[in-house]
Design a protein around this ligand. Structure first.
Ligand code: HEC
Length: 164
């Protein structure tokens, strides 16, 4: 038993950098680092152009598949505050977060799908941006789902499920 403890202790010791190794051994990771290459002017990081294209109006074609995707994403990212029906009565609000306006207020109903997608991208007032969590295509999907929710007066498409 004692021997085992000593062995473990020894193996831990030998795996540490004692500072006595040859410098070139210690520094060997440096050789795999890529050299610094300056970014030529006019270069756009990969993915940015694709993201902007995906966000550009009028956005993807509105299909039942897009709306269904929008509903699924809305439930995950928006309903905690906005509520399943969009009336601003989600669980987070019931625990003290300032209630968002109802989607069924005239002012919010007047927002276009593009404006809703922009709210997701940029945030608005106390609502923070969801740009790092919701993909550009999904922002359109959610926006169109919200427009449908507004048109239907707040009845979630999936029947038989209670509001959270
Ligand atoms: C953490 C709570 C929270 C979440 C989650 C949330 N929102 Fe909001 N939202 C708010 C609040 C609060 C406001 C009111 C902001 C203000 O005016 O200060 C708001 C406002 C809005 C508005 C109205 C903007 C206006 O012009 O008044 C829209 C549209 C909206 N949210 C859409 C969404 C969508 C779509 C999602 C999901 C991607 C989402 N929100 C997720 C809290 C939230």
């Amino acid at each position: 038993m004692r021997l085992a403890v000593v062995m473990i202790g020894l193996s831990l010791l030998t795996s540490c950098d004692t500072g006595t190794e040859q410098r070139d051994e210690v520094a060997s990771t440096r050789t795999v680092q890529r050299p610094y290459v300056p970014v030529p002017p006019g270069v756009i990081p990969r993915g940015t152009a694709a993201q902007e294209a995906a966000l550009a109006a009028p956005g993807p074609q509105v299909t039942p598949g897009l709306i269904a995707r929008g509903e699924e994403r809305f439930r995950a990212f928006c309903s905690p505050c906005h509520g399943l029906s969009g009336r601003g009565d989600g669980t987070v609000v019931s625990r003290g977060f300032p209630p968002p306006p109802s989607y069924h207020e005239e002012r919010v109903k007047a927002l276009s799908a593009e404006q809703i997608a922009t709210v997701i991208t940029e945030g608005r007032g106390r609502m923070f941006s969801y740009a790092d969590r919701v993909l550009p295509e999904d922002r359109w999907a959610i926006a169109h789902y919200v427009k449908q929710l507004q048109a239907e007066g707040g009845t979630p498409m999936r029947q038989g499920e209670a509001s959270p």
